[in-house]
Design a protein around this ligand. Structure first.
Ligand code: NAD
Ligand code: IPM
Ligand code: MN
Length: 352
C-alpha cells in the first residue's frame, strides 16, 4: 500500500519526517508492505508557482494511493490561508472524506468526537462585495444537505455501536441557527431509531463546551457539524494536555480512502526550534494502522508513544527536555525493545 506524505508547512516539516522511521519500522516488522512518496505541496510551492493542490492530484491519489499523511498547512506569508484551503479543504472535500474522527484521549478514557468534514460553513458558498477596494459585504453561508447529514450521522452511529459505546451527543445551535440546526436534529432523531443500543442527547454548542471543560467523563460519542467540530477538537486537545497530542482521521467510508493528520496547525511560533511535539502526528499514524486493519501495529505504536511521553525525552510542551528528534528516537528505541519482547521480530543483538 502506498501513502502520500505531505509534510506541508511550518512544524509539519519537522514532525512528519521525524515519524517516518517509526512508520517504516512497523511496516517491516508486521509485514504491512507500506511504502510512501513525499509531496511538497504547501506554502513554498504556492508562492513559487501559484499551485496548491496540483491539477490531477485527486485522481492520482485515488488511483495510486490508499491514504494521505499530512503535517499542517499555514504560513505567515499567506495570511488568508488561500493555499491551505486549496490543499487541505481540497483533499477533504475533493476525496469526499466526510467523517473526521478526532478522538479525545482523556484520563478516564476516550471520547470519540466525530466532525462532519465537507459542508456547513466550510461549503465554500459565499462571496463579498467591495466599494473602492474595501469589502462592504461579506457572506459565508452555512450549507447542509439532508443526504450529507444522514450519511455522516448513520456512519458515526454505526461506528459507535461497533465500539460498544452507549451514549451519543449531538452538538448543535438550533436556537440561533435554526435551519441547519433543526435539519441536524431531525436527521439525528430519525437515525437514532435504528440504534436502540445508543442513548442520544442533544446539547447547544455553547453549553456543551462549558460542560465538556467542567467534566468530560459523561461523554462517549459526540457528533458535530464542521465548524463546531473544529472548535471542539481544540478544546478537547487542551483537555488532553495540549495540541501536541491530538490526532485525527478523515475518512470516506465508501472508498476507504483516508487522510491522517494532527489536529494542530503549522505553529509558526515553534518553527526552527526543533522542539515541536511529534506525538500527535505519530498518533495519526496509529489511527492509520487501525483504519487499514493493523490493530497490533497501532497498539504497539500507541504503547511506545505513551511511554515516551512519560520519559525525559518528552518535548517541552509536555514538561520534558527532549527535542522532536529525541522524542522519536526514544519511540523507535521502545519499538525495537517491544518488537523483540513481544516476539514480533527476532532479536538482532542475541538478547531476549
Ligand atoms: P497551531 O495549532 O499551529 O498552534 C497553536 C498553539 O499550539 C501554538 O502555541 C503552538 O506552539 C502550539 N502547538 C501546536 N502544535 C504543537 C506541537 N506539535 N507541539 C507543541 N506545541 C504545539 O494554531 P495557530 O497558531 O492558530 O495556527 C498556525 C497556522 O496553522 C495558521 O496558518 C492556521 O491557519 C494553520 N492551521 C492549520 C491546521 C492544519 O493544517 N490542519 C490546523 C490548525 C491551524
Ligand atoms: C483543522 C484546521 C483547519 C480546519 C483549517 C486550517 C482550515 O483548523 O484541521 O482543525 O478548520 O479544519
Ligand atoms: Mn482546527
Amino acid at each position: 500500500m502506498r501513502i502520500a506524505v505531505v509534510p506541508g508547512d511550518g512544524i509539519g516539516q519537522e514532525v512528519v519526517p521525524a515519524t517516518l522511521p517509526a512508520l517504516t519500522m512497523l511496516s517491516e516488522a508486521f509485514g504491512l508492505g507500506i511504502d510512501y512518496d513525499v509531496f511538497d505541496w504547501g506554502a513554498d510551492q504556492w508562492l513559487a508557482t501559484g499551485v496548491g493542490l496540483p491539477s490531477g492530484a485527486l485522481g492520482h491519489l485515488a488511483r495510486d494511493y490508499g491514504a494521505v499523511f499530512l503535517g499542517a498547512l499555514g504560513d505567515p506569508r499567506i495570511p488568508d490561508m488561500a493555499h491551505g484551503r486549496d490543499i487541505l479543504l481540497g483533499l477533504r472535500k475533493g476525496l469526499d472524506l466526510y467523517v473526521n474522527h478526532r478522538p479525545l484521549v482523556l484520563r478516564h478514557g476516550v471520547v470519540d468526537l466525530y466532525r462532519e468534514n465537507t459542508q456547513g460553513l466550510y461549503a465554500g458558498v459565499g462571496g463579498s462585495l467591495t466599494r473602492f477596494g474595501e469589502v462592504t459585504v461579506a457572506i459565508d453561508e452555512c450549507v447542509y444537505t439532508r443526504d450529507v447529514v444522514e450519511r455522516f450521522v448513520r456512519f458515526c452511529l454505526g461506528r459507535l455501536r461497533e465500539q460498544g459505546r452507549r451514549k451519543v451527543t449531538l452538538v448543535h445551535k438550533s436556537n440561533a441557527v435554526p435551519n441547519t440546526g433543526s435539519l441536524w436534529q431531525d436527521v439525528f432523531r430519525r437515525e437514532m431509531a435504528a440504534f436502540p443500543e445508543l442513548t442520544g442527547s442533544e446539547e447547544y454548542v455553547d453549553s456543551f463546551c462549558y460542560n465538556l471543560v467542567r467534566d468530560p467523563t459523561p461523554y462517549e460519542g459526540i457528533l458535530a457539524s464542521n465548524l463546531f467540530g473544529d472548535i471542539i477538537s481544540d478544546i478537547g486537545a487542551a483537555l488532553m494536555g495540549g495540541l501536541g497530542l491530538a490526532s485525527s482521521a478523515s475518512v470516506c467510508p465508501e472508498s476507504g480512502f483516508a487522510l491522517f493528520e494532527p489536529v494542530h496547525g503549522s505553529a509558526p511560533d515553534l518553527v526552527g526550534k526543533g522542539t515541536a511535539n511529534p506525538y500527535a502526528a505519530a498518533m495519526s499514524l496509529a489511527l492509520m494502522f487501525d483504519h487499514f486493519g493493523h490493530g497490533a501495529a497501532a497498539g504497539l505504536l500507541r504503547d511506545c508513544l505513551t511511554e515516551a511521553a512519560d520519559s525525559e525525552a518528552a518535548t517541552p510542551d509536555l514538561g520534558g527536555k527532549g527535542s522532536t528528534r529525541d522524542f522519536m528516537d526514544q519511540v523507535t528505541a521502545l519499538l525495537e525493545r517491544e518488537l523483540v519482547r513481544r516476539r514480533i521480530r527476532p532479536s538482532t543483538t542475541g538478547e531476549l
